[in-house]
Design a protein around this ligand. Structure first.
Ligand SMILES: [Cu+2]
Length: 240
């Protein structure tokens, strides 16, 4: 029985080594950094939002709506953390032609946290039949404050400088917040509901990976990745 197990292991090792040969021939810009974002400790409870200040907002929800300060599941996995390569990217990357859309729907920003490249178009859309006032509150980019009184309105903006993260609020509805990670390259991700994130297509190199969370702050990890390699960088954020 033991001998049989050993031989299975030997085959597995041989297969791994065989895979290692193709590993060396991996294409350029094929590194990946991925991981999971979790919380250490218990997150503060979310508070139910009172939308009665704008009956139109209230009428769009049948269920109670809660604040979304720390989106965490019962396994402690965090959604909506922004992960990006803070240092180590040397090549310039043109912004993609496809715009990012920030929608206002049911008096909530969707998405709540998103990444966008410097110079990439941001389309801010009002899907509601009520007034929203989008107020971008940057620290290094240009502030703007625009009213969107009409349903279906779209306003296009761009950001000229990197900024992680830039906060948006609505001056009409005090519960509405969104956060944009403005990055000078395409290497960023937002953690999914199970806390996972993945940044692919990386050139071989040594990187500083930063995580940003709207309530739990930032953390950094140094990660070295080669062509075709996939490295794991997990983050555990202290509860607040
Ligand atoms: Cu609003």
């Amino acid at each position: 029985m033991i001998a049989k197990r050993t031989s299975t292991t030997a085959i597995a090792v041989a297969a791994f080594l065989a895979a290692g040969i193709t590993w060396q021939a991996a294409a350029a810009d094929s590194g990946t950094i991925q991981g999971k974002v979790t919380i250490k400790g218990a997150a503060a409870k979310e508070i139910q939002i009172d939308m009665n200040a704008d009956p139109k907002c209230a009428s769009m929800h049948n269920e109670p709506v809660f604040t979304q300060r720390i989106l965490v599941n019962d396994k402690g996995e965090i959604k909506d953390a922004f992960v990006w390569i803070k240092e180590g990217i040397s090549k310039p990357y043109d912004p993609p032609a496809t715009p990012v859309v920030l929608n206002q729907e049911g008096c909530i920003y969707k998405p709540r946290v998103f990444g966008i490249q410097v110079g990439q178009e941001l389309q801010i859309k009002n899907s509601d039949s009520t007034l929203h006032n989008v107020h971008a509150m940057p620290t290094v980019n240009r502030e703007f404050n625009l009213a969107q009184p009409v349903q279906g309105m779209v306003t296009t903006k761009k950001f000229s400088k990197a900024e992680v993260c830039l906060k948006f609020k609505c001056d009409v509805h005090p519960w509405m917040f969104a956060y944009a990670g403005v990055v000078p390259h395409p290497f960023f991700a937002v953690s999914a509901a199970d806390g996972t994130y993945k940044i692919g297509g990386l050139p071989a190199g040594e990187y500083t990976v930063e995580i940003w969370h709207n309530k739990l702050g930032t953390q950094e990890l140094k990660v070295k990745v080669g062509d075709g390699e996939c490295k794991t960088a997990d983050f555990a954020l202290e509860a607040k």
